[in-house]
Design a binder for this molecule. Structure first.
Ligand SMILES: [Zn+2]
Length: 207
């Protein structure tokens, strides 16, 4: 791979979004850049990181953001947690990305067939018990499930829940003081996305 560093400070949210879309298109087309470790790149990155986007995604082994966006070292600031939920420490990492790294784009990315979402659905609608720590994690998802059409077939219901959970987190981030301030002036964008396990495609959610 050739060196393709575009400092985040010189880019915009739209530019970052286009880079994510282009990376996912390369991933889908089987034309991902083959990473070859170069000592110059490591030396440069050892000085500082300037990722062009921040991604909050699930820990699921099938959804690695660097691969699905064909991104290289130093390009994406990534927080991965089951169900891509927003707990206090996650919010701290996002705030760090905002205030110190100045990434212009924040993407909350859920995915088809998310086990954490299915567990939250089972808890809410079938009172399925979970061990304490998992139950704590699922509490972050439950409020997102209130408005989903209960007549949907199971698979569609889970996908709707995945999307609702993403939108719920996006809304919280946009409503935060920093989110409000920067959404207004267009400097920072917070978007939702859903990754398809079947096709490898990332679908960015419309408002
Ligand atoms: Zn998941």
């Amino acid at each position: 791979m050739t060196t393709q560093h575009h400092p985040a400070s010189s880019t915009t949210a739209l530019h970052s979004l286009n880079r994510l879309k282009a990376g996912n298109a390369r991933f889908l087309a089987g034309t991902s850049h083959a990473p070859t470790l170069q000592s110059e790149i490591l030396s440069e990155l050892a000085q500082a990181q300037q990722p062009y986007a921040t991604i909050l995604s699930c820990s699921d082994s099938r959804v690695p953001p660097e691969l699905v966006f064909d991104a290289w070292l130093g390009e994406l600031f990534i927080i991965r947690v089951a169900g891509n939920v927003l707990g206090p420490t996650i919010a701290g990492s996002l705030q760090y990305a905002h205030t110190h790294l100045h990434t212009p784009l924040f993407v909350v990315m859920g995915h088809e067939g998310c086990g954490a979402i299915q567990a939250a659905v089972a808890t809410k609608f079938h009172e399925e018990p979970h061990p304490e720590r998992i139950a704590d994690l699922l509490k972050n998802i439950l409020p997102a499930l209130d408005d989903i059409d209960p007549t949907l077939p199971h698979d569609q219901f889970v996908l709707a829940a995945v999307e609702a959970n993403v939108r719920h987190t996006v809304q919280i981030l946009r409503a935060s003081p920093a989110g409000k301030e920067h959404q207004t002036d267009g400097e920072v964008q917070v978007l939702g996305a859903v990754y398809s396990l079947h096709t490898g495609q990332v679908r960015f959610l419309e408002d």
